[in-house]
Design a protein around this ligand. Structure first.
Ligand code: SUG
Length: 448
């Protein structure tokens, strides 16, 4: 049975703003308080989805969340009508209002970890929503994420959903941003690669000194157990703590994998040789031939990698067996990175083509092409069981573009977040969106 990898991209929500909420994420910190353009952000994301669909890839869309999250503010002690809650929060605790308004659910690489049916003990596709508990504004995403994923992948015969791990730092889980999968073919059993930033219980693992390591080894191990993965189909590796301290807050900022290939920076991991050997041996047992594409620090520094988001790219398989790299425009703006990419694609290796996308609105918060997508490998039967409302088509692209044009503002600052009218605008927009995507009731305002 034919299988493929479907990219579900996060649709940018109407409150997209630069809140400076993510310590350790250089772009988020350095663009704090700038004014944003939610309409442009959403259209940039949709343009990428449309382009991938036009190239022949199956493309899906993942809905944004209800913001401001009035329920989250109520649980922190603000009360009265929804408008009063927002006004009180704006007056007494602006950082909490900003956090409750973040459109951060757009970075769906952090929504969940997904294991395809070929890897799991019960032969179903498994999803574990990420608790994202390193940052308050992201820790409030998972309940709605779970409902949205449940509405997209509803058939229990094919899809199994796990609640987020316990909401403590020891089980800090950032979803697929620290997970990739190697395989000969998407439909065959593969090797799932979990990268962690620290261990919560074992002091032998070094930890970064400056910035937080968001993903723990124990969280990754729990996800692998929940998904029923076998030991010979899993490899754990530690991120180099020194790159976390240079702004690599997720492994997908310094490495990307697809098929049999891992494209990574020389400084990305600890014990790299041992890790490559384990990946190679385990993939060989699955019939695959592991291919490592290492970018040397002499050609691209960690700083250039973080600035350009070279590795936060989408590595996609083409029909002829070669691969295509989807990169953000910031790669073209960086002379060394662009030079490296020219050399890479003309070398006759696996990666033959680079396509550039303008995702500046998202990039200014530290979210590149790879952050914006959640990969789900599906066979034909499973794909047919996905809610068809969320699969991108030309008419759906048209409807979503019109929907954005109708409902989104083109400028957002902190003052705008304090406007109770924004909540009403968002709810009106999202109510219409659930109808466009045929999701049913998934938002707090629809179910409470
Ligand atoms: O969690 N930025 C996100 C970016 C997530 C990128 N995802 C991956 N690399 N997979 C984060 O740090 C910034 C929000 C703000 O500052 O307004 C933010 O949440």
């Amino acid at each position: 049975m034919k299988s493929c990898e479907v990219n579900f991209d996060g649709l940018v929500g109407p409150t997209h703003n630069y809140g400076g909420l993510s310590y350790g994420n250089v772009a988020s910190q350095s663009n704090s308080q700038q004014s944003s353009n939610p309409k442009e952000a959403a259209l940039q994301g949709l343009a990428k989805m449309k382009a991938l669909m036009d190239m022949g890839f199956v493309q899906g869309v993942l809905a944004p969340q209800e913001r401001p999250d009035v329920g989250a503010l109520r649980s922190l002690g603000f009360s009265g009508t929804d408008a009063q809650v927002i006004k009180q929060a704006a007056k007494q605790a602006m950082p909490l209002l900003v956090a409750s308004c973040s459109a951060s659910s757009m970075w769906v690489a952090n929504a969940a970890t997904v294991s395809p049916s070929a890897d799991t003990a019960d032969g179903r596709v498994h999803f574990t929503a990420a608790n994202l508990n390193c940052k308050y504004h992201r820790s409030i995403e998972h309940p709605t994420t779970s409902r949205v994923l449940g509405a997209m992948f509803a058939d229990q015969k094919h899809f199994a959903h796990h609640a987020a791990l316990p909401a403590v730092a020891q089980f800090g889980d950032e979803g697929a941003a620290n997970h990739t999968r190697f395989c000969r073919d998407y439909g065959e059993a593969g090797v799932e690669f979990f990268v962690f930033g620290r261990s919560a219980f074992d002091t032998r693992y070094p930890a970064p000194q400056k910035y937080p390591a968001r993903q723990t080894l124990e969280a990754s191990q729990a996800v692998a157990r929940l998904h029923g993965l076998s030991d010979d189909g899993v490899v754990y590796a530690q991120q180099n703590p020194s790159v976390i301290d240079q702004g690599v807050f997720h492994n997908d900022v310094i490495a990307v994998g697809n098929g049999e290939a891992l494209f990574y920076h020389e400084d990305a991991f600890l014990d790299t040789e041992q890790m490559l050997a384990e990946l190679s041996t385990k993939l060989a047992k699955r019939g695959g031939q592991f291919k490592a594409i290492c970018v040397p620090r002499s050609q691209v520094s960690v700083e250039d990698a973080v600035r350009s988001y070279l590795f936060n790219s989408q590595l996609l398989s083409r029909a002829d067996g070669s691969m295509l790299l989807i990169v953000p425009q910031e790669c073209q703006n960086n002379e060394r990175v662009w030079q490296y990419l020219q050399t890479l694609t003309s070398s006759g290796g696996l990666i033959r083509e680079v396509k550039v996308f303008d995702l500046k609105q998202s990039m200014q918060n530290g979210g590149g092409p790879a952050c914006l997508r959640l990969r789900v490998a599906l066979n034909e039967t499973e794909l047919a069981a996905v809610n068809p409302g969320v699969i991108m088509t030309a008419p759906l692209y048209g409807s979503l573009t019109q929907w954005v044009e109708k409902h989104y503002r083109d400028r957002m600052t902190e003052n705008d977040l304090a406007d109770p009218q924004l909540l009403l605008e968002c709810r009106t927009a999202l109510d219409e969106l659930t109808q466009i995507l045929k999701l049913g009731a998934v938002y707090p305002f629809q179910i409470n």
